[in-house]
Design a binder for this molecule. Structure first.
Ligand code: SF4
Length: 377
């Protein structure tokens, strides 16, 4: 904490404050030299104000990815079932007796939704669902094959580490073998779906979901198959600043080891309609700090996503000036966040305007972050 010097401050208070200011200045210079930040320094960044953090994060963004481009992709999330054995306390999506009815999509339902995406020029499908107790590996590979056979050009960025761990447990196969079968059936990559990589929090909010070590194992297995992923961060579930850095440190370490993470995507936890309604939602200031500190701390990840879906369009525009350089998907369909009561929507034209109005150059990209079209005018 940086103390304030007042006319009545003691010599000891003045010395402490001067040391704090000196420490902040040394850290600022270290960041501007492009050096790696330690976990202790990462925690101290939460004490910085927004302008100072934003300037440092944008400098780091320019060092890692020069230019003024901000990307987006046209994609569709298809939530094939909300039946889930994990019943995470932070989740508003899964079926619960008397609250949310269970559903399952048929293969025809799924193909119809993919067709709708292709018709508007979309390129990426995210098949995501609960951990259904009756679904074996065949059910997953069946979905992949059905989409791959009919839409060979669609990129399948689908399922999640939790689904891989769940299937590994059900089948007795290793995570690597499960992923190998899915790759064979047409899977291209798997979203990181990391929640918060802090076991203390996971034991409280999602004890039946995978552990941090299992998430890391899935990342290593993806690496062995030459497949990419992303890292997300769901914050605001009662964690401390040190635990937020603990999450970032797991992500940075696994990226040092594997190099498979294309992007970091933070979003705030929305307590409405979950089993954690007593939690006070994180603020916009919290969000901007997470984006900026994520950019500074994750010196090995090129793309940081601005979360328009959960944080709103205007905050996402500000995030583009504070280290973010991607707006994620123009989602054709989204159910999980919508279940919390958030109904933000957009389309391609609006996305292009939003990025331009934030002073950036919109780039429609593919799933591997290659430019498809650049909108300069
Ligand atoms: S977050 Fe995922 S694993 Fe947890 S209850 Fe919801 S659908 Fe199931």
């Amino acid at each position: 904490m940086i103390s304030t010097i007042t006319p009545t401050s003691s010599l000891r208070e003045i010395n402490f404050a001067m040391n704090s200011i000196g420490g902040k200045e040394r850290l600022r210079e270290k960041i501007f030299r492009g050096e790696r930040v330690t976990p202790e320094e990462g925690v101290s960044l939460f004490e910085w104000d927004i302008p100072a953090l934003g300037q440092a994060a944008d400098m780091r963004r320019a060092m890692r990815v020069p230019g003024s481009e901000a990307g987006f992709i046209i994609d569709r999330i298809i939530n094939y079932t909300n039946v889930c054995t994990a019943k995470c306390r932070f989740c508003a999506f899964h079926a619960r007796g008397g609250v949310i009815d269970p559903y399952e999509l048929s293969l025809d339902d799924i193909l119809e939704k993919v067709e709708g995406l292709v018709e508007i020029g979309g390129t990426q499908v995210m098949l995501q669902g609960g951990l259904h107790p009756d679904y074996g590996l065949d059910r997953y590979t069946g979905m992949l094959r059905a989409v791959r056979d009919r839409f060979p050009d669609v990129y399948l960025h689908s399922f999640s580490p939790a689904e891989i761990v769940h299937l590994s447990g059900k089948t007795g196969m290793s995570c690597g073998d499960v992923i190998g079968e899915m790759k064979e059936a047409g899977l291209n990559s798997i979203p990181g779906a990391s929640d918060l990589l802090v076991d203390r929090i996971r034991r409280e909010v999602s004890p039946r979901k995978m552990t941090v070590a299992q998430w890391c194992d899935v990342m290593r297995a993806l690496k062995s198959h030459g497949m990419g992923s992303t890292a997300t961060m769901t914050y605001g579930m009662g964690e401390t600043p040190a635990e937020r850095i603990e999450h970032l440190d797991v992500v940075r370490s696994i990226q040092d080891e594997t190099g498979i993470l294309r992007a970091f995507i933070p979003w705030s936890f929305s307590p409405a309609r979950t089993m954690l309604t007593h939690i006070v939602p994180a603020t916009g200031v919290d969000y901007l700090k997470i984006v900026a500190i994520g950019r500074i701390y994750l010196d090995n990840i090129p793309y940081i996503q601005a979360g328009w879906l959960t944080e709103g369009m205007k905050l996402a525009q500000i995030a583009l000036a504070m280290g973010a350089n991607d707006m994620g998907g123009v989602l054709m369909e989204e159910v999980v966040v919508k279940a919390t009561g958030i109904t933000t929507r957009t389309n391609m034209d609006e996305m292009i305007d939003l990025i331009k109005n934030a002073g950036k150059i919109p780039v429609r990209r593919d799933s591997e972050y290659r430019a498809v079209e650049i909108y300069r005018d």
